[in-house]
Design a protein around this ligand. Sequence first.
Ligand SMILES: Nc1nc2c(ncn2[C@@H]2O[C@H](COP(=O)(O)OP(=O)(O)OP(=O)(O)O)[C@@H](O)[C@H]2O)c(=O)[nH]1
Ligand SMILES: [K+]
Ligand SMILES: [Mg+2]
Length: 487
Amino acid sequence: MIFNQLWKNKNLFISRHSSTLSTIFALATGYQVRSGVAIIRISGSLATQSLLTLTRETKLEKFQPKKLYLTKIYDNKTNDLIDQCMTVWFKGPKSFTGEDVVEFHIHGSKAIASVMFSILSSFPNYRLAEAGEFSKRAYLNGRLDLTEAEGLIDLINAQTEQQRKQSLYQMQGSLKDLYERWRIDLVKSLAHSEAYIDFHEDQHIENDILTGVIQKVQITYDNISLHLQDHRRGEILRDGCRIAILGAPNAGKSSLLNILTQKPTAIVSSIAGTTRDVIESTIDLGGYPVIICDTAGLRITNDPIESEGVSRAFDRANLCDLLIIVIDASTLNMNENLNEQIDQHLSNLFTIKSSSLNSLTKLIILNKIDLVNEKSQMKFSDNIIPISCISNINIQKFLSKLTQTIADKCTEPSFTTPYLTNERHRIYLTQTVEDLKMFLLLINNNRDLVLAVEHLRLAIRSLGTITGVVYTEELLDVIFRDFCIGK
Ligand SMILES: Nc1nc2c(ncn2[C@@H]2O[C@H](COP(=O)(O)OP(=O)(O)OP(=O)(O)O)[C@@H](O)[C@H]2O)c(=O)[nH]1
Ligand SMILES: [K+]
Ligand SMILES: [Mg+2]
């Protein structure tokens, strides 16, 4: 019975459709570029009015849903022909927003869009859509959950192949499936716990029921904890892998940046201390997004500007997921133990300013190998690569090693084992495991059962906030404000 009540509650949250909302419109194809075709999308209970008025048709039956029609559209005040275009409509709830949706596929001209907008604005209860408003309505009408909506905006923003995959899977429900499975398991456990509390004293309810609950909650707790120990894989892929190039002055850091960006992004010169500011570039390495920065050569200096550059280099490095350390190979003694010399070099660099860079993943580049004669004797560990930026030696090997390191950090996206992709998920999942931990602690120690169950309820609420089974207006504002207008 309790279980049924919970399900009823769930449905209350899901059915949020309201017909009193304005009908909204926007250019779905973006406002920036001239294009062959532009799509004006209209959604709401009055959407089909625009279809009839602009095409001068009287019967909606003239247009079957989901079918494209070549039509002429007219200004309803002046009777002027506006454009010849394709039109299509979708009958709610079988549309993106769940409402009636009309689309005009006009020629991609500013002039046409502008007449259309002024006509649509004059219709009663029509207004321009806000950013993300179509998607927000889709969510409110149960067409998308919040993780799917987030996947959608990430897909629109995707710059690289792996980002495309990850966001597409998320838009298709990879995270929703996972989180809803966990939430529903917990809801069942909650129902059983409540039944036990309500009836165990006066009715025949087996103690086993509680043992079962503890086992199930423990499994969900373990699964979510494991999911959280992800080394931020999904987030790094979504936001870009941040890499800093660090090293002593003149090691060839800027030369390496220019190889990675394939253009003269940073000034290269034989003067030590050339680079001062952090120089940031975004690149695509094997489908993975990378935000790479060149930095000032690390040394103790009396020049206040260079010294500020060194501070900025350390500050930036602390925010990164991976460091590329460039060492001038010609400064090493090839006849001595190289690994020891490299360790010493690193420790000298990192003590210039107190920092916590030791725990970060590093790729060590021995640059200027063209200046070294005794190459045959060199033996290095796997993360050390000798290269020459000038003579193009081993650059391909370096690029594949770098790509592999980034791929290891992000992992190839998969539908069945998705990683969380943003801080919002992490916050609520962390709250979920904390409450589950309290539940298990209290119940395992035969402490206050009612209090324990309260923690279980909170855990369910946190999980539900990720998918949007539970929501607040503030939460929706935060999520949908990052969307573009027309989506
Ligand atoms: N022989 C040789 N010279 C190189 C190589 N890579 C870079 N150089 C030279 O080394 C000098 C310094 O290169 P940069 O790329 O400016 O070095 P940097 O580490 O950015 O220097 P700072 O910004 O001053 O710290 C330049 O004269 C480059 O042409 C290489 O592989 N071999
Ligand atoms: K230099
Ligand atoms: Mg430089």
